[in-house]
Ligand binder design. Structure first.
Ligand SMILES: [Zn+2]
Length: 287
């Protein structure tokens, strides 16, 4: 476990305590979120290192990596997922010319399997051995950061960057493998969203200690500046407010509260029409 010393985005060393958050999902251990006084990025502290964090992922219900065993939760998750697949593809196709895609943190390869069927050349990177196996069974081609040898028209990190230990090194390597007109797409929870403000320490978007950092639009602006990238556009992920609210209700009340979650999810999207602070945002970045 390592206490945060400097901001992972802007490297400044001045922090304010923001919120204490327990690991609702598994260990129940307590963590602190500290806010960078300069760029507003939140960091989880202390942080488990790359070996220590593995135990924090181990549970049947971590659906990002495998299959859920709760049928209702699973149904909701799959429904959201299917709608999201199409939405993400449409967005990617709006900003890219070629059809060469790298998905960093591809999990069990659902997105890449879908994109392959839509005529895309794809590669995935995924650290989790179980997820890799499932992806390969789907015919997804995998690679690793140090094996990258071509350029991509689009590199996606969907709810991944907040999990990455070597944040700057990873982004730098990915940018080097982005084609001249290529785009980097980051999907991230937004801690300025209405649902985050409502659920506070119960907000599932914090997901400590698996999420090492927590971004808002200002911190992504700083991140882009650090790497000389342009923010081309920002897009909402409408279903995330419902999904995150469902989980947050469970963390808060010990059981699912579908009506409460739907209400919060709806209110979050509704208020974001004015504030643009959706529960999760996709950032499109270019060189
Ligand atoms: Zn900072």
């Amino acid at each position: 476990m390592q206490e945060i010393q400097s901001c992972p985005v802007c490297s400044k060393e001045s922090f304010k305590e923001y919120l204490k958050v327990p690991d609702h999902f598994g260990s129940k251990e307590g963590f602190t979120l500290v806010k960078c006084c300069s760029c507003q990025t939140l960091s989880t502290t202390p942080q488990p290192d790359e070996k220590e964090i593995i135990t924090y992922y181990k549970s049947n219900s971590y659906v990002s990596h495998g299959d859920s065993i709760n049928p209702i939760f699973d149904f909701v998750y799959r429904t959201i997922q299917n709608r999201n697949l199409k939405y993400k593809r449409k967005l990617i196709e709006r900003y890219t010319l070629g059809k060469n895609l790298l998905d960093y943190g591809c999990g069990s390869g659902t997105f890449l399997e879908y994109m392959n069927k839509q005529g895309w050349e794809t590669k995935g990177i995924e650290p989790d051995e179980n997820a890799r196996q499932i992806a390969e069974e789907k015919g997804v081609k995998l690679t690793s950061l140090d094996q990258l040898n071509s350029e991509y028209d689009c590199i996606t990190l969907f709810h991944v960057l907040e999990h990455v230990h070597k944040l700057k090194e990873t982004i730098q390597t990915l940018i080097e493998h982005l084609s001249k007109n290529g785009v980097l797409m980051l999907a991230l929870p937004n801690y300025n969203s209405r649902d985050a403000q409502q659920y506070r320490e119960f907000w599932a978007g914090y997901d400590v200690p698996r999420h090492l950092y927590h971004f808002n639009q200002k911190s992504i602006f700083s991140l882009a500046k650090e790497f000389g990238l342009n923010i081309v556009s920002t897009h909402p992920l409408y279903f995330d407010s419902y999904y995150v609210s469902l989980l947050s209700e469970k963390y808060k009340n010990g059981k699912g509260n579908l009506i409460g979650a739907v209400k919060t999810g709806y209110l979050s999207n509704h208020s974001a029409k004015k504030t643009k602070e959706h529960s999760s945002l996709i950032y499109v970045l270019s060189k």
